[in-house]
Design a protein around this ligand. Structure first.
Ligand SMILES: CC(C)(COP(=O)(O)OP(=O)(O)OC[C@H]1O[C@@H](n2cnc3c(N)ncnc32)[C@H](O)[C@@H]1OP(=O)(O)O)[C@@H](O)C(=O)NCCC(=O)NCCS
Length: 116
């Protein structure tokens, strides 16, 4: 997620309120994603695959799984702060870009969402 930053940078005050998903190959954790559900809405955050394992479909499998899980849990709208360079990736999963954008840590983000 932020390989050049200290682990503290990735911690969130509400981490203990999230459901943290991981995709494993045998004992190795390859890809992670955290889901934060509030009523019928959910945000997914901290989506990342190990650099050397990217582009092998692991992230897609994990995201598809979590979208299904959110739906099963009664979530009606799921959203994320998408890095601008990942917009096309999320479009493939039926997320649409909203007109909300911001910058953090030198990266541009777009809020993207999907109705489940
Ligand atoms: C975003 C991220 C989690 C995706 O994880 P990933 O495991 O690489 O995801 P996938 O392998 O499923 O897909 C990545 C790309 O590889 C492609 N791909 C997947 N399987 C493939 C295969 N077998 N052969 C060739 N390409 C493949 C996908 O189509 C996708 O292409 P795109 O980026 O042009 O849309 C990963 O890039 C990452 O950790 N990035 C750094 C952190 C980050 O940006 N997080 C998201 C913040 S919004």
């Amino acid at each position: 997620m932020w390989p050049e930053k200290d682990i503290e940078y990735s911690k969130l005050a509400d981490d203990d309120q999230g459901a943290h998903y991981g995709l494993f190959r045998e004992e190795s954790l390859l890809s992670v994603l955290s889901l934060f559900i509030k009523n019928e809405e959910a945000q997914f955050r901290k989506f990342a695959t190990l650099i050397e394992e990217q582009g092998k479909d692991y992230g897609s499998q994990l995201l598809s799984f979590v979208l299904d899980e959110a739906k099963k849990k009664g979530v009606k709208r799921i959203w994320c702060n998408a890095r601008e360079n990942k917009k096309e990736f999320y479009l493939k999963f039926g997320l649409f870009e909203t007109n909300m954008r911001f910058e953090r840590g030198g990266k541009c983000y777009i809020i993207m969402e999907k109705r489940l």
